[in-house]
Write a new protein. Sequence first.
Length: 603
Amino acid sequence: MRKILQACLLLCIVSTGSAQSDYKDQYLGWIKMVKPNDPVKPVRYDNRVFTAGQLSLSNLLSSWVQASYTPKGGLGGVHKISNEKLSPYNPYTKSLHPYYGASLPTYLFLKKKPGGGWTPENNLGLFLLVEANGLLGDHVDLISSPEQYYFYIPRKNGYEEPDKQQSSFLGFDKHPVFSKYIHFYQPAGIRYQAQYVVLLSRNNELPYVQITKGEFMEQLEKAIKKDYAARQEKITKDYGDESQKKYFRDYEKAAYDKRMNAYDRQKEKYKNRLQEKAAIYTEQPGIHLENQPDIFEGEAGNQRSIPVYKYDPVKTALTNSDRPQWIRISWGGSRMNDPVFKHMHASLLNNLDIDYIYNYFFDPEKVKGKAYQPLHSPVTEEKPVVQEVSGNSRKAQADPSVLFYEDFSNTVTGKSPVNWASDLNSQGQAVQVETVSGQTGNWAVLKGNKINLRNKLQLPGNFLFSLEVAVPQNFTWGAKRLVIKLGTDKSSLLVNMKPGFDGNPGFLLTGPDQYGSDILTTSRETEVPVPGFSNNKPFNKFLLQIRKNGRSLELLINQQQALLIKDAFIAADPGIRGIEISHSRSDSETEKYYISNIKIEKK
């Protein structure tokens, strides 16, 4: 059995783009499919006994999740989980009620198996937990003990702006079905990954209660005295010399007296408020009260208030039965710009029949005789809708001197460019094609994301690359640049740009990427101004042209030469292959770039 903390910490991924390109768009499914009637045996360890009836629910819950979600870009695993086994490191878990269920990770780093197929290379990936009587939040170290477990839920009582964005990802916060039940986004805590949580319980009753200040203070006093006794015992064990023992005992006694004095002051302060609900100023307050501010209110100006909970003893008394008192479903492990995570998140929101799961356990007559079915198929192949290209595109296709032309006319507005692979931005959005009022044709909009031409086009030794670039009014001064990358890795040339402010010129920078270049003669960027490319008009547009002729590089702005470097390239034909256009980050609605009319001519 695996403890939840391990499942959350070991199965984590921090950044996007982690799935290997060999399988990132493939439905890889599950290492093993679980059936509801797979055999189970009772399990006994520590002070716990799990019946076959309880553990069979792990199979049932796993099968429902697997029917609703097929991993794409990763490989799904499954194993049963239940209470942590007791050890010297987790005595606070002894008093916990029984919980059990399944962990269904999606492994992201894979290697090929002999004979074909994939297998996990390590245990890094996304996590998905579905549990009967599952735990919430994280324990409060200071007052949790083998006799009583206390916990908090990270920032459940209020989100900061980035958390609000995560909470609303793909409509989770206002989901029409999930909204009938307790559900929330849980930001990352000190020990736990950020996660989405759905909590199913009869009549939406919470399985926990907020404790009072009086109970907190009572447990705090016990913790201080227990800590002091443990320190005295350790001194007796560690030191044989009586003078050393006396020195350290006196030191600890002085610290203990200060601590208890601080405790007494707090108790006196709240003596008439002990029935108030307890909320602490920090997630994990320490035992050194003599060096800390007020444990409930913190320092002056503190705005954090973190409720402290314990599981409802009325409900936990019933958790030894084969019927769960609540069901906890949670998932996370990556960010909105990770397509593997976005697919998992969307699958759970769109396919998992939460109503059925609730009714099965808490209103069974509604689903009596009905087998679980996902709301939608977990495997969907979205074929891009391609429309007829424009007259300009047909004309370019007929011109033998034009190697490539793209005006996004074959892409339906609101969709990603047909011929390009798009990464997701921090909001989980791909590059989209739009029309612009007062402008002709379609435009691809980059807003903290990027596109790569699917066909890794080989550019000739001499070429003219051109495209139109624009930004909207009030584009933020200091926002990120648009980067055009011709080539791949170090065999590339970069041209990046940013508009000016309030009518002032923008600028272009050209040179190698941050890792250097194997095809350019310089390791430095060259900057040139871009007159007219600012943020004061409704649509600020210019034409960029990049001409390569032998070893020379020329940049033209609105068909006027802006830069000429005669020996820019090491070789006349460096073998440039591939096109990437990117915008690394967007922090507001106006921070976006429009591009269209991309053309590559052979010269």
